[in-house]
Design a protein around this ligand. Structure first.
Ligand SMILES: Cc1cc2nc3c(=O)[nH]c(=O)nc-3n(C[C@H](O)[C@H](O)[C@H](O)COP(=O)(O)OP(=O)(O)OC[C@H]3O[C@@H](n4cnc5c(N)ncnc54)[C@H](O)[C@@H]3O)c2cc1C
Length: 376
């Protein structure tokens, strides 16, 4: 079976990046098809802290997170494995909202003006003339432009034989919501052996606890409950949290094989946005903002190239690649370096000591992994 329409743009993946691009393109009257394997709303493994740099652009798309209860976050707290604590003001600040709510907010806004297909894309075949997405149910969907918004890791990356997918990744992400008394205006990052755990409040009042850990470290214990009791709780702040917080989810959500390797913003004539183009280390709390920003970057570049009527595909590929690298590459490199340093106990201990003497340093480090507010 196949849909005979040839869409202006086919977007594969309806997470933050895919939905943002779909909304922006449909606002400009383009014929968009979005293909998503899951239904809405659903929970995703994510720290659920969003940098304020996206607020103005979201308002342009008529998305208002605070209207559905997002919390205003202005303070950052960091602790070493032994529990030494440092607080700092977030230079730009952000907000707390669950992915359950945020993705759904975007989808509800987009759905009436786009075609949405709920299935898994098995392969994409794209040329400079046309692209075809082959779904697992055998259906094919055609577009003039194919956009990969399929996140960190997908069967699509395997079918395209993207370089990063050939190498194993050793990171695991675990997340759950809890009832717990926690300040609304704070995002906390507590380090432990082999990883770090973020805590922040969401729009429901629940506290999201999300941690990233090396698989080798987790494997030694192999069970989430015991791992939280034995390894995370060696940090006294996490001990207090996991002893007193009441889980809301039946079971935590887990994802594995999280890769932070370099990717290409255009691969096999598919325009990549969000994590499909590159994932920043979660401790930076900037992945959602980058996903939104990269969607805008792609749409803006596409609209510019369509202005003259005909579209020079190769030129579009080159311009988008260049713009993507200029906008995000430095941030990704800074994120990689900071994460490497963060996992060393000596570094975090020293950082806390220095940060207490020179408090302006911490906001400076945070700025390195964030962008300026996205202009319309
Ligand atoms: C542990 C952890 C904590 C994080 N914490 C934060 C944080 O606090 N703040 C922050 O800003 N960022 C954070 N991030 C990063 C953030 O989650 C991502 O950068 C963001 O989700 C990227 O959005 P996306 O749209 O690119 O991908 P996603 O949101 O993952 O969306 C991809 C979509 O594609 C769909 N899909 C995949 N394959 C297919 C297919 N074959 N066919 C159809 N659909 C498909 C998926 O179902 C999904 O809906 C964190 C990441 C991790 C791993």
């Amino acid at each position: 079976m196949s849909d005979n329409t040839i869409y202006d743009v086919v977007i594969i993946g309806g997470g933050i990046a895919g939905l943002t691009a779909a909304l922006h393109l449909s606002k400009n009257n383009y014929n968009v098809c979005l293909i998503e394997k899951n239904t809405y709303p659903n929970h995703k493994v994510c720290g659920e802290y969003v940098s304020n740099e996206v607020l103005e652009y979201l308002a342009y798309l008529e998305i208002y997170p605070f209207k559905c209860g997002a919390t205003t976050i202005t303070q950052f707290e960091l602790s070493t494995k032994k529990g030494k604590l440092l607080s700092a003001r977030l230079p730009l600040g952000g907000f707390g909202i669950s992915r359950y709510a945020l993705d759904n907010l975007l989808f509800q806004k987009a759905k009436d003006n786009i075609t949405t297909v709920f299935d898994t894309v098995a392969t994409i075949n794209a040329t400079t003339e046309e692209g075809i997405a082959m779904l697992q149910n055998g259906m094919t969907i055609k577009g003039k432009i194919m956009v990969g918004a399929h996140g960190k890791r997908s069967i699509i990356d395997k079918s395209l034989q993207r370089n990063f997918i050939l190498r194993k990744s050793h990171w695991l992400g675990i997340k759950a919501h809890y009832e717990y008394d926690f300040p609304e205006n704070k995002v906390a990052l507590h380090t432990f052996d082999g990883g770090y755990c973020g805590l922040s409040k969401t729009e429901t009042g629940a506290v999201n606890a999300c941690y990233l850990v090396r698989y080798q470290s987790f494997k030694k214990i192999g069970n989430i409950d015991c791992f939280q009791k034995e390894v995370l709780s060696a940090n006294p702040h996490l001990k207090t949290f996991f002893t007193n917080a009441k889980p809301i989810f039946k079971e935590p959500k887990v994802i594995s094989q999280i890769s932070f390797e370099e990717k290409q913003p255009v691969d096999h004539h598919v325009f990549m946005i969000g994590d499909s183009a590159g994932l920043i280390h979660p401790l930076c709390g900037n992945g959602i903002a980058m996903a939104i920003h990269s969607a805008k970057l792609f749409v803006d570049t596409y609209l510019e190239h369509r202005k003259n009527g005909s579209l020079d595909f190769i030129e579009l590929e080159e311009t988008y690649t260049k713009k993507w690298n200029t906008t995000f590459q430095k941030r990704l490199i800074a994120g990689r370096r900071i994460q490497r340093l963060f996992l060393s106990s000596t570094f975090t201990e020293n950082l806390l000591t220095i940060g207490k003497i020179f408090p302006f340093l911490i906001p400076q480090i945070i700025k390195k992994t964030h962008g300026n507010p996205i202009s319309i």
